[in-house]
Design a protein. Structure first.
Lengths: 212, 102
């Protein structure tokens, strides 16, 4: 009986991942980051466009996260909720001010350590490998939460891609651009296929289905 | 009557009914869910689900609110604190019964 309770609870929690919209929007954010790094590599170093691009990473990240969130909400409102229903999850207990501060401190410490390590070794080529490992671990952890094997495959893909780019001999900025771009395309492809299957399996109800 | 049997008779019958137990379990794992989601997850007909929700609402276990998400009309259902306590007590009673009898 206990197992049945747990099964029901887990199935409800996995509902968020059912439509692939999260992957689609998250993949879009990664593609945007990929384009940012590609632009950094391709634009002439003294141009105005390059200067503007260099100073806009934080803006790209913050606006990208807001757009991603807005897009997920919009797509779910128009595609998912009318088909299979609306669910509001409990706010994460981990999302407390102290947790956020701790996360920011850890992120800053990791960034500073990475810069120092790069200066000591005289190379930043390992950054795409490190990023691949970090993103891969997050995706594999997501797999446990979502129950979908695709996150495990995506996680392994990002790890292999990151490590391959690290040893490819490409410049670190170009490697990072390729890493984010290809990971984003893979996530969008996975999300797109999931969404297509979801829409096929769950046609829009003809009658008014949400009335008691 | 043995203690084990007495434990069964003391179970909350409102929650013990399988459809209502499923509804309460679903609602306990989210902040809220709408009628359509509950209907799809439980496999109940509209009329059946509506009747079970009404019983849970009358007992104060579930709060039902009609609202909109954009232009989409929603019938939002939430497990109240009374409902959460009732479900928790039911699960504890059931677990204790299973431990004693197995």
């Amino acid at each position: 009986m206990k197992d049945n309770f747990v099964d029901v609870e887990q199935r409800v929690k996995r509902y968020w991942f059912k439509d692939g919209i999260g992957e689609l929007a998250g993949g879009g954010l990664f593609v945007m980051l990929g384009l940012f790094f590609a632009g950094n590599e391709w634009l002439p170093s003294n141009s105005l466009a390059r200067t503007l691009l260099d100073s806009s990473l934080i803006l790209v990240l913050i606006s990208g996260m807001f757009i991603t969130r807005w897009l997920i909400n919009l797509l779910k409102t128009h595609l998912t909720y009318p088909r299979t229903g609306y669910v509001e999850y409990f706010p994460s207990k981990k999302n407390t001010p102290s947790r956020r501060t701790l996360t920011a401190v850890i992120a800053m410490s990791v960034s500073i350590s990475m810069i120092l390590f790069g200066r000591v070794t005289g190379s930043f080529n390992w950054i795409s490998g490190f990023t691949g490992l970090a993103v891969g671990v997050i995706l594999i952890m997501t797999q446990a939460q979502s129950g979908g094997r695709k996150f495990y495959i995506l996680g392994v893909f990002t790890i292999v891609l990151g490590l391959t780019l690290s040893f490819s001999g490409l410049s670190e900025v170009y490697s990072l651009g390729l890493f984010y771009g290809l990971t984003g395309v893979a996530a969008m492809l996975s999300g797109g296929l999931t969404l297509a299957r979801y829409l096929r399996e769950n046609p829009m109800p003809v009658e008014e289905s949400n009335e008691r | 009557m043995s203690d084990e049997l007495r434990a069964v008779t003391n179970l909350d019958r409102l929650i013990h009914e399988p459809a209502r137990l499923l509804i309460a379990t679903i609602l306990s794992s989210v902040a809220s869910a709408d009628f359509l989601f509950l209907q799809r997850e439980t496999g109940l007909t509209k009329g059946n689900l509506s009747a079970h929700l009404s019983k849970l609402e009358e007992a104060g276990y579930v709060q039902i609110e009609k609202t909109f998400k954009g232009k989409l009309p929603l019938t939002i259902c939430k497990l109240t604190s009374v409902g959460k306590s009732a479900l928790k007590a039911y699960r504890q009673q059931l677990q204790s019964f299973m431990e004693k009898t197995s």
